[in-house]
Design a protein around this ligand. Structure first.
Ligand code: FES
Length: 157
């Protein structure tokens, strides 16, 4: 993922404000679209949004850091989120977590230097009876085992 030029951000923020309106109730949809388009919300983007929507930058920052699906850091092309909630935990989450870390050469919370993979934990994704479960971007994977994980990661590399 390429870090966007500031002019590109200025144009995109303008377009989104035209689309949604500049009222503060539209802050979240604007942020979500910026996240979707660039993969993260840079400091510059937060300042630009704050300026254009007439919201204090600290407030914008507060919203971005509150929601786990919004990020202030560039993330990988594939965002892998392993469920760490109790059913998945009891179903063997730790073995899956270790395999993911080993196969990707990453710890949880890290992004690979080529920005291909980000590894994170998440809370329950509603697949508790089919754990351990994880998401890769929007795709759900269930009944994970170390060997299944190796295969999935191999296919993405
Ligand atoms: S506990 Fe993992 S999906 Fe619900």
């Amino acid at each position: 993922m390429i870090v966007p030029d500031n002019n590109v951000i200025v144009n995109e923020v303008e377009k989104l404000i035209e689309k949604y309106g500049s009222g503060r109730e539209n802050l979240l949809p604007v942020l979500q679209d910026i996240q979707r388009k660039f993969g993260f919300i840079s400091d510059f983007a937060m300042q630009e949004i704050a300026h254009k929507m007439n919201i204090h930058p600290v407030e914008v920052y507060g919203v971005v850091t509150f929601y786990s699906f919004l990020s202030t850091e560039p993330k990988g092309k594939y965002i892998i989120r392993l469920c760490k909630t109790i059913s998945c935990d009891l179903a063997g989450k730790d073995a899956v977590a270790n395999t993911l870390q080993r196969e990707l050469g990453l710890k949880f919370g890290e992004t690979s230097s080529d920005r291909k993979f980000t590894l994170e934990y998440c809370h329950c994704i509603g697949m508790c009876d089919q754990g351990p479960a994880m998401l890769i971007n929007e795709q759900v994977y269930t009944k994970l085992t170390p060997s299944k994980v190796i295969e999935i990661i191999e296919n993405l590399k």
